[in-house]
Design a protein around this ligand. Structure first.
Ligand SMILES: NC(=O)C1=CN([C@@H]2O[C@H](COP(=O)(O)OP(=O)(O)OC[C@H]3O[C@@H](n4cnc5c(N)ncnc54)[C@H](O)[C@@H]3O)[C@@H](O)[C@H]2O)C=CC1
Ligand SMILES: CC(=O)[C@H](N)C(=O)O
Length: 403
């Protein structure tokens, strides 16, 4: 299929889907706006690929309020008081963070109240530990079906392409991180969900203040990942103000975890060093030794996510917060690891793409607002992080050797 035809097909699907949504919510085609839309959709379906311009104009001109639609739709009105606990859906749940978050939320809300989803096949321990469902965030109808059938009240949107893989595949990153987010926002607004979307230190760029980086400042990132995350922050806040969407967003630092692998970011080296140190005693770093970036241990990150989701709305003076724990360079991390494993040898082979990204990101994060508004407090600094990672990976590899 040619590019123009694919674009037309996508636009047609978007419009047809919008018509369907209005159709469902208003019951029939008596309303003039729905009738007009249905006519445009029919024309678009019949028109050749090169005449897609009027369709794009029609979609942009629609005045559409997901919030109003929701309040009119009685069959969607899942009230929080019907159950003691939220019913949570996590998208992109098989990445570095989702499985850990599901574990934390299931401990708090009950196993069956937290559904993990992804487009990948879950490993058997994940599949057997609680509800798992296939969900492609680019498939709006599938998402809506999952939310409705499972009476979802909280949505944690983790699907994304991270900074390095995003630069390697910009069209896919744009689709997943931007088009996918639009689906999520519409679903969340229409069904009155509380929505968490993580942002990142990568939402800042070379013209932002880097040491420290406050919540509100210039944001001109130079990666598709960063651009998509600024877009997510702004769209979420816009939906909050315009439609009352309960949007909550934390800008995570680079996250370090022992039992899950990072998905192709710039901060991945800070996870890999522990595995290589334990397994081979050698580590080749792809960032320069003095590259300083904000980092956080996964337990702090997941706890922050739960805490901001549970925070009473009136404590949130903002909807997007920086959160911080520690900040270090590869040589400082290596030195801390060498206190436990003195024989570790570290060499440097710089990845130019990752280095350029890291050089444009914050060195230190200012998270005073999160600490003041909802009591954010990290527990892991560099020494505790290193000790915990080595204990975990060390014991894991000892178990592997015994078996
Ligand atoms: N891990 C980190 O250091 C940081 C992560 N974040 C954010 O936290 C979130 C989760 O991060 P990770 O778990 O590290 O990401 P990850 O890259 O490890 O996992 C992302 C998941 O999204 C899934 N996915 C891709 N396309 C999809 C689609 N069309 N539909 C549904 N799922 C799809 C992938 O299969 C993957 O399992 C992301 O939004 C990321 O931007 C933010 C800052 C730091
Ligand atoms: C900091 C992030 O958002 C992520 N780990 C990446 O490096 O892309």
């Amino acid at each position: 299929m040619r590019r123009g035809e694919i674009a037309l097909q996508e636009k047609t699907r978007t419009l047809a889907d919008l018509v369907l949504r209005l159709f469902i919510h208003f019951g029939d085609l008596k309303m003039p706006v729905v009738r007009a839309l249905s006519r445009v959709a029919k024309q678009a379906l019949l028109a050749p690929a090169c005449t897609c311009q009027p369709l794009a104009v029609a979609v942009r001109n629609i005045s559409f309020s997901p919030r109003q639609v929701t309040s009119d739709a009685s069959f969607h009105s899942v009230s929080f008081s019907e159950t003691d606990h939220p019913k949570v859906l996590i998208t992109g749940g098989l990445g570095q963070l989702g499985v850990g978050l599901a574990k934390l939320l299931r401990r708090r809300f009950g196993n069956n109240n937290v559904i993990l989803s992804d487009i990948r096949k879950p490993p058997s321990h994940v599949f057997h530990s609680g509800p798992f469902i296939y969900s492609d965030i680019l498939d709006y109808k599938n998402l809506r079906e999952i939310v409705v059938n499972n009476r979802i009240t909280w949505l944690v949107h983790y699907s994304a392409l991270l900074s390095a893989v995003g630069e390697a595949n910009v069209p896919l990153a744009r689709a997943v991180n931007i088009t996918g987010l639009h689906n999520i926002l519409d679903i969340a607004a229409e069904h009155g969900l509380r929505l968490f979307v993580p942002s990142t230190i990568g939402a800042f760029g070379p013209t932002s203040p880097r040491n420290p980086t406050p919540d509100l400042c210039v944001q001109r990132p130079r990666t598709i990942y960063g651009v998509s995350k600024v877009h997510a922050e702004l769209m979420g806040e816009y939906y909050h103000h315009k439609y009352g969407l309960d949007f909550r967003c934390l800008r995570y630092p680079g996250i370090i975890s022992a039992d899950s692998q990072p998905g192709g970011g710039t901060t991945d080296y800070a996870v890999q060093i522990f595995h290589d140190a334990v397994k081979t005693g050698k580590f080749e770093c792809n960032l320069k030794p003095d590259t300083r970036l904000p980092m956080m241990y996964i337990d702090d990150c997941l706890r922050a996510t739960l805490e901001v989701m549970e925070a009473p709305a009136d404590t949130l003076s903002m909807r997007t917060y920086n959160i911080n724990a520690m900040s270090f360079t590869p040589e400082e991390l290596a030195a801390e690891v060498q206190k436990q494993l003195p024989d570790l040898q570290v060499t440097y082979d710089i990845d130019l793409v990752r280095q350029a990204i890291a050089d444009s990101w914050p060195m230190n994060f200012d998270d005073d607002n999160a600490r003041r508004d909802w009591g954010w407090k990290h527990e892991y600094d560099l020494p505790e992080l290193v000790q915990t990672m080595l204990n975990f990976i060390g014991s894991d590899s000892r178990v592997a050797r015994v078996n």
